[in-house]
Design a protein around this ligand. Structure first.
Ligand SMILES: NC(=O)c1ccc[n+]([C@@H]2O[C@H](COP(=O)([O-])OP(=O)(O)OC[C@H]3O[C@@H](n4cnc5c(N)ncnc54)[C@H](O)[C@@H]3O)[C@@H](O)[C@H]2O)c1
Length: 328
């Protein structure tokens, strides 16, 4: 397989992530064909959301190009056949296998065999999804974080049948999109960050459900411990920076006592089954009035620009002191 890279990308699914990824790609000079079967999404909600993100990026100095100029590079449509001009198409629909399968079939039926297709799935194994394709080698995981236009995060995940050389080329191209990507060379459910984050979520539920701490206290502790250094360095560097002997000693006694619960915790199960969806409808682990929900969303957006500025200002310094890696 050979990459075409004509700088026109397709996105299918224009919810929270599809819109966010579209804004990230437009910011980095790409052209986007944005597909959704939902009319109100292509007419209104996705263009509005993307415009708002680009306006914020312009106001915050992330781009010198005006939102209208960038928006001229995106086409909103419900017509999958417009994807044929793309060299890569990203699926970004609900985390539901039947819907993803249907979308893969529609994409594959209207693009040539050289076109790369990726999924933004949070945790479905890429090797499993790959088997739904006529040309399985064309398929990779491309896992973005929200907000995609400020976060440097991007995981590129190879399935069993994805050629590693293509994965490496996608990794290089993602750097041109302004990301600091990671390449997951061997497929594993949840990839890197979701495996780590979900281990944390499980332990957080364990502590709350067993009365060791409240939701508020767990949140405060995470924000002020990990939240204080994780934007600076990763877990392994942090252990080096703080003396790895102590970690070695603690692991022996603590690992056997950490939660290994296999089922969904009751706390989230009850809220989810009562249709709670956090700030999106005011019912989550905390309750929100519409005003409070809006304020949290706005403040998170402002923070994401501030943290982007702060971490970017350290990139050069960190690159210059970077020590030898023990493994690649
Ligand atoms: N929300 C996050 O922070 C986040 C982060 C990383 C990955 N993801 C993953 O990204 C994907 C999308 O998540 P989201 O948060 O944007 O969800 P969302 O609910 O905001 O959007 C889902 C979109 O799917 C599309 N869709 C629904 N049914 C469809 C169909 N039959 N055909 C075509 N399109 C259809 C619609 O455009 C809808 O807006 C999921 O796989 C999710 O796990 C989400």
């Amino acid at each position: 397989m050979k990459l075409i890279n004509n700088e026109t990308l397709g996105i299918v699914g224009l919810g929270l992530m599809g819109s966010s990824i579209a804004a990230a790609l437009l910011l980095n000079g790409q052209k986007v064909v944005a597909v959704s079967p939902i009319v109100s999404e292509i007419d209104k909600s996705a263009p509005n959301r993307i415009r708002h993100s680009l306006e914020e990026c312009y106001a915050q100095g992330l781009t010198v190009e005006k939102p209208d100029e960038l928006l001229a590079n995106i086409t909103f449509t419900s017509d999958y056949s417009l994807l044929k001009k793309c060299w890569l198409v990203m699926e970004c629909v609900f985390e539901n296998l039947a819907i993803k399968q249907d979308v893969f079939k529609k994409i594959e039926s209207c693009v040539s065999d050289e076109v790369i297709i990726t999924s933004n799935t949070s945790a479905m194994p890429i090797s499993m999804l790959q088997n739904h394709f006529k040309v399985p080698e064309r398929f990779f995981g491309m896992h973005w974080a929200e907000p995609s236009y400020t976060s440097p995060f991007l995981e590129i995940v190879c399935g069993e049948k994805s050629p590693i050389e293509i994965g490496e080329q996608l990794h290089t191209i993602a750097k041109e999109w302004g990301k600091e990507p990671t390449l997951v060379r061997k497929d594993i459910r949840g990839f890197i960050t979701n495996r780590i984050m979900y281990a944390m979520y499980r332990e957080a539920f364990h502590l709350v459900e067993n009365g060791y701490a409240t939701v508020e206290d767990v949140d405060r502790a995470c924000k002020n411990d990990g939240g204080h250094w994780m934007a600076f360095c990763g877990l392994f560097r942090y252990m080096d920076l703080t003396g790895l002997q102590a970690y070695h000693a603690v692991m022996k006694d603590l690992f056997p006592e950490l939660s290994n619960q296999k089922t969904v915790p009751k706390l989230i199960d009850d809220i989810a089954k009562a249709d709670g969806n956090g700030v999106f409808n005011g019912k989550g682990f905390y309750d929100y009035t519409p005003e409070e929900a809006k304020k949290w969303e706005e403040t998170f957006e402002k923070f994401s620009f501030d943290i982007h500025r702060l971490t970017s200002s350290y990139n050069e310094t960190i690159a210059n002191i970077s020590s030898t890696k023990i493994t690649e």
